[in-house]
Write a protein that binds this ligand. Structure first.
Ligand SMILES: *Cc1c(COP(=O)(O)O)cnc(C)c1O
Length: 715
């Protein structure tokens, strides 16, 4: 447990609040920390534990004797204890008989809050949002992941815009992680044999409301030096390193749960990285003497697998030799042969490769993509595993992603929802109820938006000031970081991983045309970029470098900015503070995309290609869509068509609508779009809806052990 300095007894519950990440999505708890010291709150980038460590005792004492603070504190503590107690929630009311055991949710990364930096991007943030909504709904979920002590990487750009990675170990003591000790007091819980050595595996617990996430750790003196750092960095090293990380996650995860006496009733592999969890459960069955086909059937019945990308590089595969080396070898312990076990992971057309996605598909009875479109694309990609079936009946469904509303909607909009729904709005299940948002007053919406835009621009300046002094020492960096941006100009946000298919450079397809748009003196346009390229993705880094060069090009007059080190904190400010959210994946490569949903919750409409969630979400009211180009195998043609439509939409419709002001200075046509954006995201694209979908379609049927799910793959 992190050490927390002395707190007066009257408010000692602050320590309890600070060690459960539920504080991060409750405004009243955040306010308690904020009010202790607002400057420190910003300096620690909203980390209650860091704040409690650094705050002046006199400030704490003052709050402990302030009647208003104490009244709010008492209310928060009462709610927190009620929330963590036995009072029934949504799940208990819907499924009173399903208290057989939790759902074990395995994922390679979890993005719950910035102060616990063990995520790289979309997948992790989605997993974090999944856990938060499960907690809100009282779904009995247990997360399993890895403790990356060095996190992902901190992005630093060279003067020429090439991305370099800084590697900073975070202080576990400054996070709410709590080590789980074995009954006899040893700090590890189990052992996993890999590459000829037994590796001791321990776990740390991160509480997310009612949901615990157990993060596995191998950093023990008793382990071989190579094994100590096995899980220290996210998506690091070559394929054999990745393989061993995934082996620890899957095999170690099952064994750690067993060691702690947790008995899951259903098992969810969130993305192929977690598929060894299924193999370990198969080994358990085989060791108990179950024949292979029956063991496969048993594992499948209680297993769910979610695939998250149609991009080939997103699906890990390994050579048989590497798997054999890593795995033990498993087949020395159990009856099936090496070929039978390894064959579970090989597609028919690549008999000597071991694919994590194929393994997960073969060992799960419920399989899904993450948007309607991605479900369809995934059925196409994996149809070869069911050679006797037409593509429509390949048993891969979809549950469209969603985002955790209380995490992503800014406080001024939440205040408006409070009034609209008399405080009961987070549980509004009826989609039509959200039509009330369309009646929000334009003045309030616009006022809230302008405030959030100002907050973003202030952060941009402060961040540039800090980096100028601490890192850059070079003035030209400062312009590219957005200090010349004008808070009253139309501002487009584009922030995500710099993978080439996401086309961050599409806006620069016709540089002259963009220059004209940007430098219109009556209706200027400015663009803010942020995002990291994967450290091994050189083409992605080249796109980033190109965008960065434009940000420092005088021809764009300081109206193009690149913000370094995109993370959840920056993501919040961007999705809440820009005017338009832009997403340009090359169709059909985006599985879902979630940042546009976050923007929508804050009344920021989206302009996007018709891919991922926008394919089903675009309604002509909450934003704009770039129509899908004629199918062509020539990428350059597709890009040129998409770019032309992008400029047209901006020039002919979007920018004019933004600048069309009524007498009070309010752009009423634009505000109408803002209302629709809120309504769309809040009614259909929240994690609350997503988790309820998983519960109904997959979790509950998997918990009922007599359900066999759909047919297994034939090949
Ligand atoms: C939401 C989020 C993402 C995912 O955004 P996409 O639109 O899915 O690309 C990535 N990184 C961070 C920090 C996020 O908050």
């Amino acid at each position: 447990m992190p050490t927390i300095p002395y707190l007066p007894a009257r408010i000692e519950g602050l320590a309890e609040l600070a060690t459960n990440l539920a504080w991060s999505w409750h405004r009243d708890v955040r306010a308690l920390f904020h009010d202790l010291d607002d400057v420190l709150w910003h300096q620690t980038r909203h980390s209650p534990l860091e704040l409690l460590r650094q705050v002046e005792p006199s400030r704490v004492a003052a709050c402990a004797s302030d009647p208003d603070y104490l009244a709010r504190y008492d209310k928060v503590m009462a709610r927190f204890h009620a929330e963590m107690g036995d009072a029934p929630g949504w799940f208990d009311e819907q499924y009173p008989d399903h208290n057989t055991g939790p759902i074990a949710y395995f994922c390679a990364e979890f993005g719950v809050h910035n102060s616990v930096p063990i995520y790289s991007g979309g997948l992790g943030v989605l997993a974090g949002d999944h856990c938060k909504s499960a907690a809100d709904l009282h779904v009995p979920l247990v997360g399993i992941g890895l403790l990356y002590r060095k996190g992902y990487f901190d992005q630093q750009l060279r003067l020429d815009g090439w991305q370099e990675s800084a590697d900073v170990q975070f202080d576990v003591e400054g996070t709410p992680l709590q080590r789980m000790n074995a009954a006899d007091g040893t700090p590890w819980l189990t052992e996993v044999r890999t590459s000829g050595r037994d590796v001791k595996v321990g776990a740390w617990r991160l509480m997310v409301g009612r949901v615990p996430i157990y993060l596995l750790d191998t950093d023990f003196e008793e382990n071989h030096p190579d094994d100590r750092g096995l899980v220290s960095k996210l998506y690091d090293g070559g394929p054999t390193h990745r393989l061993r990380q995934e082996w620890i996650l899957g095999v170690g995860g099952v064994r750690v749960l067993r060691a702690m006496g947790v008995k899951p009733a259903a098992w969810h592999a969130n993305e192929g990285h977690a598929a060894f969890m299924l193999l370990e459960r198969l080994r358990e069955e085989l060791t108990a003497g179950t024949p292979l086909d029956q063991a496969v059937d048993h594992v499948r019945r209680s297993s769910i697998f979610t695939t998250h990308t149609p991009v080939a590089a997103g699906h890990d595969y390994f050579s048989f030799e590497d798997v054999a080396e890593c795995a033990g070898p498993l087949w020395d312990e159990v009856p099936p042969t090496r070929e039978e076990i390894l064959g579970l992971g090989s597609p028919a057309d690549k008999p000597d490769q071991f694919h994590m996605t194929v393994l997960a598909i073969r060992l799960s009875s419920h399989i899904n993509g993450v948007s309607r479109k991605h479900g369809q694309v995934s059925r196409e990609i994996w149809r070869g595993l069911w050679p006797e079936r037409p593509v429509e009946s390949v048993p891969i469904g979809h549950i469209t992603n969603g985002v955790h509303l209380q995490t992503w909607m800014a406080a001024p909009f939440m205040d408006m929802m409070d009034e609209l729904y008399n405080g009961a709005w987070p549980a509004v299940e009826n989609v039509a109820e959200w039509d009330r948002v369309l009646a929000l007053e334009p003045e309030r919406i616009w006022g809230a938006h302008l405030h959030l835009k100002e907050v973003l621009f202030k952060l941009i300046r402060e961040d540039a000031r800090w980096r100028f002094k601490a890192l850059w020492q070079e003035a030209s960096h400062v312009v590219g970081a957005g200090v010349l941006l004008d808070p009253s100009a139309f501002t487009i946000g584009f922030a995500r991983r710099f993978a080439t298919y996401k086309r961050a450079d599409l806006l620069f397809h016709d540089v002259e045309r963009l220059k004209k748009l940007v430098s219109d003196s009556h209706r200027p346009v400015q663009i803010i970029f942020a995002g990291k390229a994967h450290p091994a993705d050189d083409p992605g880094k080249q796109v980033l470098q190109k965008v960065y060069e434009f940000s420092r090009d005088p021809a764009f007059a300081g109206r193009v900015a690149f913000l370094e080190d995109y993370d959840m904190h920056l993501a919040h400010l961007l999705v809440q503070g820009v005017d338009l959210w832009l997403n340009l994946p090359r169709v059909p490569l985006e599985a879902s995309g979630t940042s546009g949903m976050k923007a929508g919750l804050n009344g920021v409409p989206q302009l996007a290609t018709l891919d991922g969630w926008w394919h089903e979400g675009f309604d002509g009211l909450a934003g704009w869509a770039i129509p899908t180009a004629e199918p062509s195998t020539d990428i350059a043609t597709v890009d040129a068509q998409d770019a032309a439509r992008l400029y047209e939409l901006l020039h002919d419709q979007i920018v004019p609508l933004y600048y069309a002001r009524s007498s009070g200075g309010i752009p009423s046509g634009w505000v109408e779009r803002m209302r629709h954006a809120i309504r769309l995201s809040a009614s259909r694209f929240t994690a609350r809806r997503m988790v309820q979908d998983y519960v109904r379609a997959y979790y509950v049927p998997s918990m009922e052990s007599d359900s066999a799910g759909d047919d297994p793959p034939g090949a």
